[in-house]
Design a protein around this ligand. Sequence first.
Ligand code: HEC
Length: 124
Amino acid sequence: MPRHSRSRRSRSVTTLATASFVALILLGAGVAGRQDDGNRGRQAFDDAGCATCHGPSAKGGTAPKLVGTGRTYPDFLRVVREGIGEMEAQSESDVPDEQLTIIYEWLGQSTSTRIASEGVTHTP
Ligand code: HEC
């Protein structure tokens, strides 16, 4: 008899532990999912080397800030491909269009919904 009750208790403890474990996973996935959107852009920005001059959050470093410049995607793309002022042109092999799209979307996230209304295109 005592044996039976002990095993029942340990089963409910296991159930509780499993439930907390599942809850933690769900919570973790939720947080990771939310962070992912921003991190993807930030990562692309960092990988492309833009952060070195423009700052980790593109809010400005040795080079001007890139958030809230109001540039359209074709304009942004042209600036990066042709270079501007002291900034050297970055070719498709330096930073692929796809990566620039991710970066542009990330830059726009904090400032406006302009991208959604204009649509992001690869060619001007
Ligand atoms: C070596 C430093 C350096 C790096 C790396 C760099 N930039 Fe720049 N960038 C500059 C400087 C300096 C300017 C300002 C040029 C001027 O207006 O005279 C600038 C300007 C710009 C502008 C125009 C800003 C505006 O609206 O006036 C954009 C857009 C831009 N950079 C995007 C990028 C992106 C995207 C990357 C990464 C692929 C990048 N830059 C990497 C130095 C850099």
